[in-house]
Design a protein around this ligand. Structure first.
Ligand SMILES: O=C[C@H](O)[C@H](O)[C@H](O)COP(=O)(O)O
Length: 230
């Protein structure tokens, strides 16, 4: 089974958790796109849902499928958020942000009663850090921020430089107007300590470590969808 088919079956499996009348956060990325398409089918079939989005990309997809996206500030608390991940480690600790949507994703995840992560089998790892950790940075005085981030990383025995993410040769800019620096950590042995230290660094807007947020993982494998809990 291809990785894309694994993503598809995990996205479709998340539909089993949707009930009429729910307020649902739509994630970002190629796996979340399968979920968004499945949601569009449910809505066409008559289900009533209040939907909010984690990125401009997902909003565009949702609109193209005829879905209405509401402003999170008008909706308030959500019943559920369904989103992809770049790595899923022990206790459902995650790395997210490969698509650059980490900040708005985290804002939406934290407003949801339950969060479901959907992914293909390759995302399930023993130790987080093979996927480069995205760190979202305020553009003003970013060089000073990078120096501070490098100092923080060295406290966690990560001797890697943050690399500015680029798209078509230009700095990638997030939906919120920030820069992303990716750090090829290799292995993150203390995700919780690193998450706190990065969050406390001036100029860091947020980072791609999603800890204690996912309630369920639905992972598409060649043997079908496997369910994991923290
Ligand atoms: O910023 C992007 C998000 O965190 C995505 O959910 C993550 O990168 C996974 O994307 P995909 O499902 O395309 O692998």
């Amino acid at each position: 089974m291809s990785a894309d088919t694994q993503k598809q079956i995990s996205g479709l499996a998340a539909i089993d958790h949707i009930r009429d009348g729910m307020k649902v956060g739509l994630g970002t990325g190629s796996t979340a796109a399968w979920f968004v398409k499945a949601i569009a089918d449910e809505v066409k079939a008559g289900m009533k849902l209040t939907l909010v989005s984690t990125s401009n990309q997902t909003t565009h997809l949702a609109h193209s499928l005829g879905l209405e996206i509401r402003d999170i500030n008008d909706v308030g608390k959500l019943d559920l958020c369904v989103d992809g991940a770049d790595e899923i480690g022990e206790g459902l600790a995650l790395i997210k942000g490969g698509g650059g949507a980490l900040l708005r994703e985290k804002l939406i995840w934290e407003m949801a009663d339950r969060c479901i992560v959907i992914a293909d089998a390759a995302k399930h790892v023993a130790t987080l850090g093979q996927f480069a950790l995205p760190i979202e940075v305020e553009p003003f005085a970013y060089k000073g921020t990078i120096n501070r981030i490098t100092d923080v990383l060295s406290e966690f025995d990560i001797a890697k430089m943050p690399i500015l993410r680029k798209k078509s040769g230009e700095a990638f800019v997030t939906d919120g107007g920030n820069l992303i620096f990716d750090v090829a950590c290799g292995a993150i042995h203390d995700p919780s300590g690193l998450a706190s230290a990065l969050k406390a660094t001036t100029g860091v807007v947020d980072h791609g470590l999603f800890l204690d947020l996912a309630d369920i993982a639905l992972i598409g494998t060649d043997e079908g969808v496997k369910v994991f809990y923290p």
